[in-house]
Design a protein around this ligand. Structure first.
Ligand SMILES: Nc1nc2c(ncn2[C@@H]2O[C@H](COP(=O)(O)OP(=O)(O)OP(=O)(O)O)[C@@H](O)[C@H]2O)c(=O)[nH]1
Ligand SMILES: [Mg+2]
Length: 664
C-alpha cells in the first residue's frame, strides 16, 4: 500500500484535509499546534489504496519540540511514498520555507495550496502551472474545509508515486558554503547512511544536534573530528543557509504569484484592535467565559437537564416495576435500579450541559478566539516566568486533562513543558463538571453560572501560581521566547464544531458506560456485603472502608463515609464521584433525587469545600498514566498524584474552618 504523509506549517489545514480524505474525525482548530501526535487513516481512489498519515505542524525540519520530532522522524524513518506538503496559500513565503527543506532532503513532494478561498478573497493570484514548473513538483489547489480539490490531489498522488521525480532545489549556497558542503560530503563518502549525504552535510553546517549525534554514531572517530572542525569554523553557517532558503522561496514566488499592491485592512485586523487590546483584552476574555458558563447553565440545566433527569427517573421506575412484576430477585433489582440507574444515571443527567458547554467552547476554538486568549494571557504568563503556549495546553485541558497534558508537546523547552504538564490537572475537565453541577443544583441554583465561573477561574489562578512556584524551584532556567501567531478569524464550520462536541460528549458517555459502570458494579458489591447487612449502610464493607478513611476529611467538613468513598472512587475517573453519591444515596429520599439527599447531609459551606477538593485533588488514572508516558518517569506521575491531593485538602480545610469561624 502507498503511504502519504501530510506535512506543513501549523494551522495550514492538514487535519482538515486528512479528515476530508479519510472520513476521520480528528480534532481541528483554528490555532497552531492542534495536532501533536501522528494519526493514520485510509482512502481508496480508483482502486488504489492509500495509507494517509497526518502529522503535527512544523515550521522547519529541526528537532526543537516533541511534535516537530514526530513529523521529522516520520519523514526520515518511515519513508512515505510521497509527502503532501500543505501550505497556506495566503502566506506562501512562510509556508514554502518548509517546502525548501523538504526539497533539500530529496523527499518526493506534492505541493498543496490550501485555503485558496481566502487567497482569492485577498486577491492573491497564483500561477499554479508556473509554480509547478519552477519547482519541478505537482501543485494542487484545495479548499480542504469545503472538500474542493481532493480528487485532483488523489489523482496527482497516484500518477506521481509511479513517476521519476525531477524536483528542483537550491543549486548553490554560495561559493564558500558549497565548498564546505562538498568537503563534508567527501568525508562522509565511503560510509552508508539512511539519508542523502548532501542533506546531512547541510544539516551539520546548520548545527543540528540530532544529525550530529547520528553522524557521531555512524562514522569513524577521526572523520567525526574532521567534520566538527569544519562545522565549528563559523557561527554564521546556519544564518547563511536560512538566508539562501528564503532567497530560493522569494525567487520562486516572485515569478508565479501576484499580490495586490496595497493589502486590504481585513476585518480580522479591525476586530483584533479591540479584542487583543492591552487593557480590554483580559476583561473581554473574562466576560466571554462568564457568559458561556451562564448560558451553559441556563440552557443545559434549566431547559434540557430537567427532561433528561425526568426521563432517567421514569426509566428507573419502569425498570423497578418491571422487575417487581417479574418477581426478580431483590438483589438484581437493587443492582440495576440503585447501582446502575442511580449511579450511572446520575452521570448521564449532565449530558445536556456538557453538550452546551462544548458547543460554545468549540465555537471559540474554531473562530480563532482561543489563539487570542493565549495571546492576551501571554504577558501575564511571561511575568510569571511561564511560556505563553502553556495557556493553550491549559485551554485544551478544559475538555480533558489527557489531551491537555499531551498539548504540552508543542513547548520546545523541557522546563516549560514539564511545568505545563504539572499544572494542567488544575484545569477543570468535563468529568468534574457533574460534581459541581449536582452541588450547584442542591445549594446554589440561582447562581449556577457564577459558581461555575469562579471554580474554573480558581483552577486557572492556582495553576498559574503553581507554575510560578515550579519555575522558581523545580525547574530553573530561562523560558524560551514566544510570539503567538494569530490566525485570521474564520467562520466556524458547523460540521467541525458539532463533530468536536460530539467527540467529547461521546467520550463522556463511553466512560459512563465502561469505567464508571465497572467502578459502580464493584463498589455496589462492596456496599451490600457482608450478606444480611442493610445495603448502603455504614456496616457494609464499603461503609466500613469509608468510615476508616473519613477522619481525613473531618477538618474539611465532609468527613462522611459516603463522601470519602466517592472521592477515592473518583481517582479511577472523576465521573465516579457523582455516580457513587448517586448510588449510596439512592433511596435515601423520595424519587431517589440526589440533590435532595445532598441537601440533608451537606451545607452550602461544606458543598463549597467539597467542590474545591474535587477541583484540586488527585487527577484521574488516565491523566496519571499520560503524565507517566509523556515525562517518561513514574516519579512525576506519583508527584502529580500526591501534591494536588495535599493542596486540595489544605484548601478545603481552610475554606471550612474559616467559613465556620465567620458563621457560615
Ligand atoms: N477558509 C478555509 N479554512 C480552512 C481550510 N482548511 C482548513 N481551514 C481551517 O483552518 C483551521 C486549521 O485547520 P487544521 O486542519 O486544524 O490545521 P492543521 O494544519 O492540522 O493544524 P495543526 O494541527 O495545528 O498543525 C481550521 O479552523 C479549519 O477549519 C480552507 O481550505 N479554507
Ligand atoms: Mg492538525
Amino acid at each position: 500500500m502507498n503511504t502519504i504523509a501530510l506535512v506543513g506549517n501549523p494551522n495550514s489545514g492538514k487535519t482538515t484535509l486528512f479528515n476530508a480524505l479519510t472520513g476521520s474525525n480528528q480534532h481541528v482548530g483554528n490555532w497552531p499546534g492542534v495536532t501533536v501526535e501522528k494519526k493514520e487513516g485510509k482512502v481508496t481512489h480508483n482502486d488504489t489504496e492509500f495509507n494517509i498519515v497526518d502529522l503535527p505542524g512544523t515550521y522547519s525540519l529541526g528537532a526543537y519540540s516533541e511534535d516537530e520530532v514526530v513529523a521529522r522522524d516520520f519523514i526520515l524513518k518511515d519513508n512515505p511514498d510521497v509527502v503532501i506538503n500543505v501550505v497556506d496559500a495566503t502566506n506562501l513565503e512562510r509556508g514554502m520555507y518548509l517546502t525548501t527543506q523538504l526539497l533539500e532532503m530529496g523527499t518526493k513532494i506534492i505541493l498543496v495550496l490550501n485555503m485558496m478561498d481566502e487567497a482569492k478573497a485577498k486577491n492573491i493570484e497564483i500561477d499554479i502551472k508556473k509554480l509547478s514548473k519552477n519547482l519541478g513538483v505537482p501543485v494542487v489547489a484545495t479548499v480542504a474545509s469545503k472538500r474542493k480539490g481532493l480528487d485532483m490531489l488523489l489523482e496527482e498522488s497516484i500518477s506521481y508515486i509511479n513517476k521519476e521525480a525531477n524536483q528542483r532545489s537550491i543549486k548553490s549556497y554560495g561559493d564558500y558554503m558549497d565548498k564546505e558542503i562538498l568537503h563534508i560530503e567527501n568525508i562522509l563518502e565511503g560510509s552508508n547512511f539512511d539519508y542523502p549525504k548532501k542533506w546531512l552535510a547541510i544539516k551539520l553546517l546548520e548545527g543540528d544536534m540530532d544529525v550530529l549525534n547520528y553522524i557521531e554514531k555512524n562514522v569513524q572517530k577521526d572523520n567525526f573530528e574532521r567534520i566538527k572542525n569544519i562545522t565549528g569554523k563559523s557561527q554564521d553557517f546556519e544564518l547563511e543557509i536560512v538566508d539562501k532558503r528564503y532567497e530560493f522561496v522569494g525567487e520562486i514566488i516572485s515569478s508565479s504569484v501576484v499580490k495586490p499592491e496595497v493589502e486590504k485592512v481585513t476585518l480580522t485586523d479591525k476586530v483584533d484592535k479591540i479584542i487583543t487590546n492591552k487593557f480590554l483584552g483580559l476583561p473581554i476574555f473574562a466576560i466571554i467565559m462568564f457568559f458561556i458558563f451562564q448560558i451553559t447553565f441556563v440552557i443545559g440545566s434549566d431547559l434540557l437537564g430537567g427532561y433528561v433527569a425526568t426521563a432517567i427517573e421514569m426509566f428507573g421506575e419502569f425498570v423497578l416495576n418491571l422487575l417487581e412484576g417479574l418477581n426478580a430477585p431483590e438483589l438484581l433489582t437493587s443492582f440495576l435500579v440503585e447501582g446502575i440507574i442511580g449511579g450511572v444515571g446520575a452521570v448521564f443527567e449532565f449530558i445536556p450541559l456538557i453538550v452546551v458547554l462544548y458547543f460554545f467552547l468549540g465555537i471559540l476554538e474554531d473562530t480563532g478566539y482561543m489563539a487570542r486568549a493565549a495571546y492576551i494571557m501571554d504577558g501575564i504568563m511571561r511575568a510569571l516566568g511561564l511560556h505563553g503556549k502553556t495557556f493553550i495546553s491549559m485551554i485544551v485541558g478544559f475538555g480533558c486533562n489527557v489531551p491537555g497534558v499531551m498539548a504540552a508537546r508543542t513547548l520546545e523547552n523541557k522546563k516549560d513543558r514539564m511545568i505545563a504538564i504539572l499544572i494542567n490537572p488544575f484545569m477543570s475537565c468535563g468529568a468534574r463538571l457533574p460534581i459541581y453541577l449536582v452541588f450547584i443544583a442542591a445549594f446554589f441554583p440561582d447562581n449556577g453560572g457564577v459558581v461555575l465561573f469562579t471554580l474554573y477561574v480558581l483552577g486557572i489562578i492556582t495553576a498559574l501560581i503553581l507554575g510560578k512556584i515550579f519555575s522558581k524551584t523545580l525547574f530553573k532556567g530561562e523560558s524560551s521566547y514566544f510570539i503567538m501567531e494569530l490566525p485570521p478569524y474564520r467562520l466556524p464550520s458547523f460540521r467541525v464544531v458539532i463533530r468536536d462536541m460530539w467527540d467529547k460528549v461521546w467520550d463522556f458517555i463511553h466512560r459512563a458506560g465502561t469505567i464508571i459502570f465497572v467502578v459502580i458494579s464493584l463498589l455496589w458489591v462492596l456496599s451490600i456485603l457482608p450478606l444480611g447487612v442493610e445495603p448502603y449502610s455504614q456496616e457494609s464493607i464499603l461503609g466500613r472502608i469509608g468510615t476508616f478513611l473519613a477522619p481525613i476529611f473531618v477538618p474539611a467538613g465532609f468527613g462522611t463515609w459516603q463522601a470519602t468513598v466517592s472521592l477515592f472512587a473518583g481517582i479511577a475517573a472523576k465521573e465516579a464521584v457523582v455516580a457513587i453519591l448517586g448510588m449510596v444515596y439512592a433511596g435515601v429520599s423520595e424519587g431517589s433525587q440526589l440533590t435532595l439527599a445532598l441537601q440533608s447531609v451537606f451545607t452550602p459551606l461544606t458543598a463549597i469545600s467539597f467542590m474545591v477538593m474535587t477541583l484540586f485533588y488527585t487527577p484521574c488514572a488516565a491523566v496519571l498514566a499520560t503524565v507517566k508516558s509523556e515525562t517518561g518517569s513514574s516519579k512525576w506521575a506519583i508527584f502529580i498524584a500526591l501534591y494536588p491531593f495535599v493542596l486540595g485538602w489544605i484548601a478545603s480545610v481552610i475554606i471550612y474552618q474559616v467559613g465556620t469561624l465567620l458563621g457560615f
